[in-house]
Design a protein around this ligand. Structure first.
Ligand SMILES: [Zn+2]
Length: 248
């Protein structure tokens, strides 16, 4: 991965903070063109964020060749990354805020978690994500095909004029319920081999204990899968030893 950290005049150049910010280039860095005092603020922000992280950091999620979404001893081979953002309130903000009853939750810090994901784990999440839509298409499609047959529609109308419409409405409700039930059953089954609830993941659990939470309020937040992981920004720096292997 090309890095152009060339500004040796920067007060942060070559420091821990520089490594933690992990910017592609000095010109895209928040410390770019800042004076020493502003750089101190940046350093303090980064230090605060890191003080909320588990000691081992988050790089272990993506640095190895193995899937970190697999449960148990046997891990699949990493072939993509599941992205999941977590946020942390900045305790220093409390002083500034005052009464903010109607203010939406604001996070002082956000960090991307990048789970190395094997093909099976990715497919399990994707299937769960598509399941409500698939059941709706199947059940509604079947109902529509049936009702669209004139003899069927006619015999329904003979009972009551609005019955064909009612059948479609019931199919919609049914597809919703079936989708929900199927999702629940499949998720429980997948959950034996994959961390389908990311909050079960040991590292995420440690982060939750330290005050982090998911940015989305969904009970089961879905990671977003990508072939290539984020290479720049806070929380994306690979451990030095794994760097070369990882960045092919
Ligand atoms: Zn896996």
């Amino acid at each position: 991965m090309e890095q152009e950290r060339t500004n040796r005049n920067c007060p942060l150049w070559g420091t821990d903070t520089c490594a933690r910010l992990n910017m592609r280039a000095c010109r895209s860095c928040p410390a770019n063109d800042k004076d020493a005092r502003e750089c101190d603020d940046i350093r303090s922000d980064v230090d605060t964020l890191y003080s909320f992280l588990p000691e081992e950091g988050v790089a272990a999620l993506f640095a190895g060749e193995e899937c970190t979404l697999c449960r148990g001893e046997r891990k699949g081979k990493r072939e993509s990354y599941g992205l999941f953002d977590m946020g942390h309130a900045d305790p220093r903000d409390r002083k500034k805020k005052g009464l903010n009853l109607f203010r939406k939750k604001i996070y002082g810090f956000v960090i991307p978690l990048q789970f190395g994901a094997c093909r099976d784990c990715r497919r399990r999440f994707q299937l769960i994500g598509w399941l409500p839509m698939l059941t709706a298409i199947l059940i509604l499609g079947a109902a529509l095909l049936a009702v669209a047959q004139e003899p069927v529609a006619q015999s329904l109308r003979n009972v009551w004029r609005g019955l064909p419409l009612l059948v479609m409405a019931m199919a919609a409700v049914l597809s919703y319920l079936v989708g929900k039930a199927l999702t629940k059953v499949l998720r429980a089954r997948f959950n034996r081999v994959t961390f389908m609830d990311l909050r079960d993941h040991p590292l995420v659990q440690r982060m939750i204990a330290l005050g982090w939470e998911s940015l989305v309020e969904d009970r089961y937040p879905q990671p977003v899968f990508t072939r290539k992981r984020l290479g720049y920004g806070v929380g994306t720096a690979a451990p030095a030893a794994a760097e070369e292997k990882n960045q092919r």
